[in-house]
Design a protein around this ligand. Structure first.
Ligand code: C2O
Ligand code: CU
Ligand code: CU
Length: 477
């Protein structure tokens, strides 16, 4: 049971502790930015992270007298944040307390064994507990996340609140500690007139669900105070089902230092960034002038069918107040952050073609999302690859909207983008597990799976994944 706000749990006249909200979700603007709650390890030995995670419904109050049921891990939504180090062993007991629904925990982007990766083929029944165990290999430091992946329920369980952060840190970090390390996780929320999280409509299924409120760490446009000339490290997570976030910090200079799979070789200055659903970016932002700057959304044309096209330009997601007085002098960002291994020459080329079908039939509106003309079938292996082989995957979008492509179990490197006959290399070399494939675009990428077993690849607009835009790659030894 969660404590009711205002209820006095103190015994024998001890002063009552202020009631902690069960989840950090709030629609009040202008509150101080909160850090995501952390999940502590219960193991006493260094090198082992042991904890329990329970997914369950919990109640949050967005307004007086209105109670909204959300889903939360250990009462936290979004969250919790798990922090571990390269070389650590991870052991997590997961309990599914969602009434009447299977769930799983999928470790998005992480190199975990296939049978520990929370695939739809390995459901955890309502009321059941299972352990997930894996080791974090050397070189795996990056900004990962975790979320449910049960067959047919992933989209709904995520928009109802289940999304946590998994940071793997390196033993030695080239980014100055003085910059801090702040996770900013974006989710979006839509409530019905009754205050409940509304269910997906037909338009949501077609386009992916886009909420009414974009939240940062569960808060609406929170405030962060920094001293003049501060540099801050931010890890941006797009944990929305389907919202494309084109973002700018206004007058504050942004430098990309990392992506889904860890640090770049060298910092890369940008004016804005595009974060498709499930993508992550590490940024260093320099606050050189006193005053207020905002992290804002910019217009982005992602393709939309039917009514209700969201106006996603000009939303303030985070307000930063830069003081008049300088703080501690900041060490410079190193010119070199690390090395990115080259994957080498591919031994196989494969094509994955995204299409969508929309139309009326005798039975009503029909809608389908396909990869290579077929919808997902849990009992069908779509592709077989050999562990350790480097492959070139060509992902072709012949649909009317953008589809972010994601593959489980590994990180890949984009080689080039092609659109209207024009081929362009990516702005920087990077490890990625999710890449947006824009309308009419082809993305070529190099990838290698090291661990055997079945892996999913899919569009990370979760409604499209649910409607069939997913396949299975079987990795054999
Ligand atoms: Cu976040 Cu199957 O993915
Ligand atoms: Cu994944
Ligand atoms: Cu899609």
């Amino acid at each position: 049971m969660n404590a009711m706000p205002g209820m006095d749990h103190s015994a024998h006249g001890m002063p009552a502790k202020p009631a902690k909200p069960a989840v950090s979700l709030t629609l009040k603007e202008g509150e101080a930015l909160r850090e995501l709650p952390r999940l502590a390890s219960q193991a006493s030995d260094a090198g082992l992270f042991q904890a329990k995670l329970t997914a369950a419904p919990t109640t949050v109050r967005f307004a007086e007298g209105v109670e909204t049921q959300v889903l939360a891990y250990n009462g936290m939504a979004p969250g919790p944040l798990i922090e571990a180090f390269e070389g650590d062993r991870i052991e997590i007991d997961f309990t599914n307390d969602i009434p009447g629904e299977d769930s799983t925990i999928h470790w998005h982007g992480m190199p975990v064994p296939a049978d520990q990766d929370g695939n739809p083929m390995d459901p955890v029944a309502s009321g059941a507990t299972r352990g997930y165990a894996f080791d974090l290999p050397a070189g795996s430091a990056a900004s990962y996340w975790f979320h449910p992946h049960p067959h047919g329920k992933t989209a709904e369980q995520v928009y109802r609140g289940l999304a946590g952060i998994f940071l793997v840190k390196p033993k030695a970090d080239p980014v100055p500690a003085a910059y801090g390390d702040t996770v900013l996780v974006f989710t979006d929320l839509r409530l019905g007139a009754d205050g409940a999280i509304s269910e997906n409509s037909m338009v949501d299924l077609m386009n992916g669900r886009v909420g009414d409120h974009v939240l940062v760490n569960g808060q609406k446009n929170p405030v962060l105070d920094v001293p003049l000339r501060a540099k801050r490290r931010f890890r941006l997570y797009n944990a929305t089902n389907a919202r494309f976030l084109k973002l700018s910090f206004g007058a504050a200079a942004m430098t990309v230092i990392g992506t889904d799979g860890g640090l770049l070789e060298a910092p890369f200055a940008v004016d804005d960034v595009l974060l498709a659903p499930a993508e992550r970016l590490e940024l260093v932002v320099s606050f050189e002038r006193p005053g207020t700057v905002q992290l804002q959304t910019l217009a982005y044309e992602r393709g939309w069918m039917g009514p209700g096209k969201p106006n996603d330009a000009g939303l303030a997601l985070l307000t930063v107040n830069v003081s008049d007085t300088p703080g501690e002098p900041m060490p410079p960002l190193p010119e070199k952050l690390g090395t990115l291994a080259a994957l080498g020459t591919p031994v196989v080329n494969r094509r994955f073609v995204f299409t969508e079908k929309m139309g009326m039939s005798a039975g009503g509106m029909e809608m389908g999302f396909f990869i290579n003309d077929v919808a997902f079938d849990m009992n069908r292996v779509d592709v077989t690859v050999k562990a350790g082989d480097v492959e070139l995957w060509e992902v072709i979008n012949r649909a009317d909207m953008d589809h972010p492509f994601h593959v489980h179990g590994t990180q890949f490197q984009v080689v080039e983008h092609e659109r209207d006959g024009k081929v362009t290399p990516p702005a920087y070399r990077a490890w990625k597990d999710t890449i947006n494939v824009a309308r009419g675009e082809t993305v070529r990428l190099l990838l290698k799976q090291d661990l055997p077993g079945q892996r999913m690849y899919h569009c990370h607009i979760l409604e499209h994944e649910q409607l069939g835009m997913m396949g299975i790659v079987d990795v054999t030894v």
